[in-house]
Design a protein around this ligand. Structure first.
Ligand code: DXP
Ligand SMILES: NCC(=O)COP(=O)(O)O
Length: 250
């Protein structure tokens, strides 16, 4: 089956907007698990625009599922990850001025630093995922760097919402990436920019193990409440996967 990682970054965004104590990402994580989240994803950005170090510390021990900590490859972040020891670390590229994560990690170009980071995290007992674009060269490099998991960046697919041709091109690229990643023996996850109307085609791709979704769930929670927003997203994913498996249109 397919797993849902609920990304709680933008619960913290709302809190940081006014430096209040609410809404509390710890409560968001606990209640996400109650609603069926298979894991909790959070991105500790270098600029600390949403998730704070204290959030990561507080959430790690209360989780009943697993923590997927997203971070950039910097000495400080690797230090934090090795101290907190989440179940998974997903290494992501970061640019200070970006609105959100714009592209995948360029493992080909930064091969040595990625390989060293993977090795250091593995030594700490942490599974490592690399957030990459669905390109054969990046998948090859990810495997050679020692990662056992990749997360394919679905941002371009999501941006093509209004352009059916571009959407199909991106979907085909992701399908091909999943297929190739599996032949390399990688666990293949995906995420970024997925929402209630575009998640189905991605969830239907056989072989994707997990989708990480945040912004759309937090947005939907404004209208429906947090738990319902999570349950509904998971239902969309599972129905799409089951329909694809049985040859029915989702
Ligand atoms: C790496 C990734 O795709 C997520 O972490 C996403 O970027 C959410 O965090 P931001 O919205 O801060 O980019
Ligand atoms: N890695 C992708 C993620 O965690 C969620 O991204 P988004 O749904 O907030 O765009």
């Amino acid at each position: 089956m397919i797993e849902l990682g609920v990304n709680i970054d933008h619960v913290a965004t709302l809190r940081q907007q006014r430096h209040t104590v609410y809404p509390d990402p710890v409560e968001a994580a606990r209640r996400a698990e109650d609603a069926g989240a298979d894991l909790i994803t959070l991105h500790l950005r270098e600029d600390r625009r949403h998730i704070q170090d204290a959030d990561v510390e507080a959430i790690r021990p209360i989780l009943r599922t697993r923590m997927n900590l997203e971070c950039a490859i910097t000495p400080a972040m690797l230090e934090i990850a090795c101290r907190i020891r989440p179940h998974d670390v997903c290494l992501v590229p970061e640019r200070r001025q970006e609105l959100t994560t714009e592209g995948g990690l360029d493992v080909v170009t930064h091969f040595d630093s990625v390989r060293d980071a993977v090795s250091r995290l593995h030594d700490a007992g942490i599974r490592v995922s690399l957030f990459i674009d669905a390109e054969a060269a990046q998948l090859d490099a990810a495997q050679r760097a020692g990662a056992t998991v990749v997360e394919l960046h679905t941002g371009k697919y999501a941006q093509a919402d209004a352009d059916p041709g571009a959407r199909e091109t991106e979907l085909a690229r992701i399908r091909k990436g999943v297929e190739y990643g599996l032949t390399l023996g990688l666990r293949v996850n995906a995420g970024h920019g997925l929402h209630y109307r575009n998640v189905q085609a991605i969830a239907a791709i056989d072989g994707i193990a997990e989708l990480n979704i945040g912004h759309a769930i937090v947005a939907q929670a404004v209208f429906d409440g947090w738990e319902k927003a999570i349950r509904d997203m998971k239902a969309e994913m599972i129905i799409a996967r089951q329909a694809a498996a049985s040859g029915r249109p989702a």
